[in-house]
Design a protein around this ligand. Structure first.
Ligand code: AMP
Ligand code: MG
Length: 363
């Protein structure tokens, strides 16, 4: 069912309008430092149901609740659990910021069952932009907000991206300008006896290491084995498709100079073999290949901020220019050490290249 989608700014009057819509159970896209979120009242099963419908998100996939400050967020967690002290320490160190914590739910938590998919745990975060925290304070309730894109697609980094994904499926979009970080929050599970990294993000294992050291260190499950580093598409069923452009994505390998025209995602100053010069951030080369350099100086923070915009742009331009696929850097080029920012780049590209039609677990 289509509805009119209002575009709101971040002035006081507009934030009051957005807050009233959220309190009334409507969907409102909100800016965060990571990506734009599709917000709804996290205390209302009905409002959260709207998120799943608008995104086409499977209902077993829980949502992250957003708060204006750490005190409000941690009040939803149990008063006592083994890693409570660590949660408080990480909140002081990284909030507001791109870190989500999974914690045991307080028996009196207001977060609805649908937001947490019926789990005994909840995921909480305090986002960075002051206007967003002002909005959250005005609403006075936690706001569930997964990325404001259709399920399995590329996360939105600006209000226009949200319009392209969800126009007519939500009441309003708060335009807070481009999301500076550009990749989703790091998720750390603190509900057990030891901290566990559930999703890599802008806060890296190296950043978390010191705080986690006294709790047995940060465990992180290795990603599913993949043939994609060797330049082939991964085997079906191995991986979860997500963050996916419509063009197939191939990781690493040689650019095909004769056959299929390729859209090129580049990283760093080195030129792919046999190709001309690709100076600058993006363009179309003499052979008609669109190219986008994540970071010509191989800066991984810049690469994070340019990843989703690059996937979107290459997808559109690649299709327009007749490309048959998108070629991205090999994962080990992006992520040589497994503890820094390369981890998040490799994670998102691994999913973008995963076989389509698998059931996504996170969107
Ligand atoms: P997003 O799609 O960015 O909102 O991220 C939601 C992701 O957070 C889910 O797909 C889960 O991976 C994770 N998550 C949220 N709540 C929980 C929870 N209670 N327990 C474990 N993971 C959670
Ligand atoms: Mg998402």
């Amino acid at each position: 069912m289509s509805q009119q989608t209002r575009l709101l700014q971040t002035d006081n009057a507009s934030l009051h309008v957005a807050a009233a819509l959220l309190q009334a159970g409507q969907l409102v896209a909100i800016p965060t430092e990571t990506v734009y979120g599709l917000g709804a009242d996290a205390t209302s099963d009905q409002a959260c149901a709207g998120i799943y419908t608008a995104k086409g998100r499977p209902s077993h996939n829980p949502l992250i609740s957003h708060f204006p400050h750490a005190t409000a967020a941690l009040a939803e967690a149990r008063d006592h659990f083994p890693l409570r002290r660590l949660a408080e320490q990480l909140a002081r160190q990284f909030w507001p910021g791109p870190l989500t914590m999974v914690v045991p739910r307080h028996p009196q938590s207001n977060i609805c069952q649908r937001a947490s998919a019926g789990l005994p745990t909840i995921a909480v975060r305090v986002p960075a932009p002051p206007a967003t925290r002002q909005l959250l304070a005005l609403v006075g309730r936690p706001i569930a907000a997964p990325s404001a894109n259709r399920s399995g697609r590329i996360s939105p980094l600006c209000a226009q991206d949200v319009q392209a994904e969800l126009q007519g499926r939500l009441a309003a979009i708060v335009d807070g300008g481009p999301a500076p970080v550009g990749v989703e929050s790091t998720i750390i599970d603190l509900s057990g006896d030891h901290p566990l990294l559930l999703r890599p993000g802008f806060i890296t294992p190296a950043d978390l290491e010191e705080a986690c050291a006294t709790y047995g260190g940060l465990a992180h499950p290795a990603p599913a084995a993949s043939a994609s580093d060797k330049g082939t598409l991964t085997a079906p069923g191995q991986l979860t498709s997500h963050y996916a452009p419509t063009l197939p994505v191939v990781l690493g390998g040689q650019v095909n100079l004769q056959g299929t025209l390729e859209a090129l995602l580049l990283f760093g100053p080195d030129e792919p073999d046999g190709l001309g010069v690709h100076a600058g951030l993006q363009g179309v080369d003499q052979q008609g290949r669109p190219w986008w350099n994540l970071s010509p100086k191989a800066d991984r923070a810049q690469a994070c901020s340019r990843l989703y915009a690059g996937l979107r742009w290459l997808d559109v331009e690649g299709r327009r220019l007749g490309c048959g696929l998108m070629r991205a850097p090999a994962l080990n080029v992006l992520d040589p050490d497994k503890t820094g920012l390369g981890l998040v780049l490799a994670d998102r590209l691994r999913r973008a290249a995963a076989p389509r039609g698998t059931t996504p677990t996170s969107r």
